[in-house]
Design a protein around this ligand. Structure first.
Ligand code: G3I
Length: 303
C-alpha cells in the first residue's frame, strides 16, 4: 500500500500521529494528516491543564476539534492523558489528600465521560515511574496519595468509559531496564488482582544512538502478561540512513509482536516537533517525505 495508514492496516494495525488543531488551517498539514494517518492523538489538548483549567470547569474545545476531525476521516483516537504530574492544572497542585483524590476521580469522570465511546485507548496514567523503577517521587499524586492512585485511576476510567482500552504510558521503558521492570511488575500485579488495564504505551522517544537490542523482547514480555502494547510517541533525533534504520527497527519490532496494535509518531513535520532542532519526524518542514518515511513504509509493506 501507498500510505502509512493503509500499509499498517494490512496487518490490522493503525499508524497514527499527534496533532494540534491550531494547525488545521494549514492545507499541507491537513493534507498530509488525512492522506497518511488513520489514528490521531491530541499532542496537548486533552491534558488536565487544558481540559479542566479551573476546578469543575471543563474546556473540551481543542479536544473536540481533534475528535471531530478524526471522525470525519474515519480515524481512531488515542486519549492522552487523564492523570499526569506534568501539565497539571495549578489548582490541582494545591490540593492534598482526600481533596486531590476526589479531584482526580472527578477529572477522569469529566473527561473520559465526555469522550465516552469515541476513544480507542486512553493513557489513563502517564509517566508515573522514575528511572530506577520506583514510583516517581516528584509527582504530586504520588506524594499526596501514594502508590494506590494509579489503581484508583484505572478503576475510575473503566466506569467512565467501559469501551475504551485503558493504557499505562511511559518513556525510557523501551528496552528491558530498571524502569520497564518496575512498570512490568505493576502490570503483572494489576492483572493478578483484576485491576482493569488493557494496554501499555511505550513512548519511544529515541535517537540514532538508542540501544534497541531488547526492544522487541520488551514489547513481547508485556504482551505475554495479557495486555496489548502500543508505540505511542515515536520520534528519533537524527537524519538520513541512521535515523531511517531506527525507525525501521521499531516498526519491525511492532510487526513481530502480535499484540502490538499500532504506532503513533509524535507529530507530522519536523518543524512542529517538541524536538524540532533534532529533526526527529518522518516529514521535513516542507512536508517532503524523508528517508525515515520510506523505511517505515517499506517495513509495513513487507510484514
Ligand atoms: O499553549 C501555550 C501557549 O498559549 C503559549 O503561548 C506558549 C508559550 O510557550 O506555550 C504554550 O504551551 C506549550 C504547549 O506545549 C502547547 O504548545 C507549553 O509551553 C509547552 O511546554 C508544551 O510542550 C508540550 C510538552 O508535552 C509539555 O510537557 C509539547 O508540545 C508536547 O509535545 C509534549 O508531549 C509530551 C507528552 O505529552 C508526554 N510524553 C513526553 C512528550 C514530550 O515532552
Amino acid at each position: 500500500a501507498e500510505t502509512l495508514g493503509e500499509s499498517a492496516a494490512q496487518s490490522g494495525r493503525y499508524f497514527g500521529t499527534a496533532i494540534e488543531p491550531g494547525y488545521f488551517g494549514e492545507q499541507p498539514y491537513v493534507n498530509t494528516l488525512n492522506q497518511e494517518f488513520n489514528s490521531v492523538v491530541a499532542e496537548n489538548n486533552m491534558k488536565w491543564e487544558t481540559t479542566e483549567p479551573a476546578q469543575g470547569q471543563f474546556d473540551f474545545s481543542g479536544g473536540d476539534q481533534v475528535v471531530a476531525h478524526a471522525e470525519s476521516q474515519g480515524m481512531q483516537v488515542r486519549g492522552h492523558t487523564l492523570v499526569w504530574h506534568s501539565q497539571l492544572a495549578q489548582w490541582a497542585q494545591q490540593l492534598s489528600g482526600d481533596a486531590l483524590n476526589q479531584a482526580m476521580i472527578d477529572h477522569i469522570n469529566g473527561v473520559a465521560g465526555h469522550y465516552q465511546g469515541q476513544i480507542a485507548s486512553w493513557d489513563v496514567v502517564n509517566e508515573a515511574f522514575d528511572e530506577d523503577g520506583t514510583r516517581r517521587d516528584d509527582s504530586h499524586f504520588q506524594q499526596q496519595l501514594g502508590d494506590g492512585y494509579i489503581e484508583e485511576a484505572f478503576r475510575t476510567a473503566r466506569e467512565a468509559d467501559p469501551n475504551a482500552q485503558l493504557c499505562y504510558n511511559d518513556y525510557n521503558t523501551d528496552g528491558i531496564n530498571a524502569k520497564s521492570n518496575g512498570v512490568y511488575d505493576m502490570v503483572a500485579d494489576f492483572k493478578a488482582r483484576g485491576v482493569p488495564i488493557d494496554c501499555v504505551g511505550f513512548q519511544t522517544h529515541l535517537s540514532t544512538s538508542s540501544d534497541l537490542s531488547t526492544y522487541q523482547e520488551n514489547l513481547q514480555r508485556f504482551a505475554d502478561l495479557g495486555v496489548n502494547v502500543q508505540i505511542t510517541e515515536l520520534d528519533v533525533g537524527g537524519s538520513g540512513t541512521a535515523q531511517a534504520d531506527v525507525y525501521r527497527a521499531v516498526t519491525q519490532a511492532c510487526l513481530a509482536v502480535e499484540r502490538c496494535e499500532g504506532i503513533t509518531v509524535w507529530g507530522i513535520p519536523d518543524t512542529y516537533s517538541w524536538r524540532a532542532e533534532e529533526t526527529p519526524l518522518l516529514f521535513d518542514g516542507n512536508y517532503q517525505k524523508k528517508e525515515a518515511y520510506y523505511a517505515v513504509l517499506e517495513a509495513l509493506n513487507s510484514a
